[in-house]
Design a protein around this ligand. Sequence first.
Ligand SMILES: C[S@@+](CC[C@H](N)C(=O)[O-])C[C@H]1O[C@@H](n2cnc3c(N)ncnc32)[C@H](O)[C@@H]1O
Length: 253
Amino acid sequence: MAARVNWKEWLRRWDEQQESFHLERERRFSAMLDAVEATQPRRLRALDLGSGPGSLSVRLLRRFPRATVTAVDYDPVALRVGEGALGSYRGRLSWVDARMGAPGWTKALPSGRFHAALSTTALHWLAPAPLRALYADLRRLLLPGGIFLNGDFLPWGPSYRRFSRMAKGVREARLHGASAARQWAAWSRWWKDAEKVPALAPAFQLREERHSQHPRTGDLPLDLHLRALRRAGFRDAQVVWQDFENRVLCAVR
Ligand SMILES: C[S@@+](CC[C@H](N)C(=O)[O-])C[C@H]1O[C@@H](n2cnc3c(N)ncnc32)[C@H](O)[C@@H]1O
């Protein structure tokens, strides 16, 4: 008989490895949920874009006991771990396998509009064209007064080289000289260990096929996101929380 997988432990370990290099991750989650609380009804419909195994989704569901969340990701491993750890969260959480920004991806979503679309550490994967397409989709998917919140590494662009250097220096000092390689070791250990779980084998195979087709883009600067949001028709788009280049970008529909 196959050994039972402790999916909750895999989700806990996911959080642990993400926290090891995304400093202030928990504070950033809280700031995003504060913004939701200040602007949206308690019984809200929310999207978690690039949800991974559901770290943001579960925090939102705990904070707003009458909310429902649709978690979207195209990594079969992340989706499998999330579904194993959180399931449907008593009917309040659904999982959607879709590649954001690709033509027609919104057809995979449940019908109706949303009060909030949130994302953490995910949209840096998108190249400018799919990012613009995504923002145009979000304008349609959100209700009037709805909110978009993106918590991510949003660097200063080439006109702000001094700020970039300063942010880099601060980050290195805070990590107490730990090398980038050591930071990434926690991440790669999670993936290496997960690969040994037999229940994840089909998901890993599919992941391999998908990822070889979709290389990651570089981190796009904050200004590009702001311009793309305004071009998509978001009236207000501003940074509402930041710790150097780790920021929460907010746009109101
Ligand atoms: C670093 S993980 C972050 C997961 C989670 N939001 C968190 O904060 O822990 C980034 C996630 O974004 C997903 N992702 C990146 N680009 C995507 C796309 N175009 N469509 C769907 N998911 C995407 C990846 O598959 C991955 O699970």
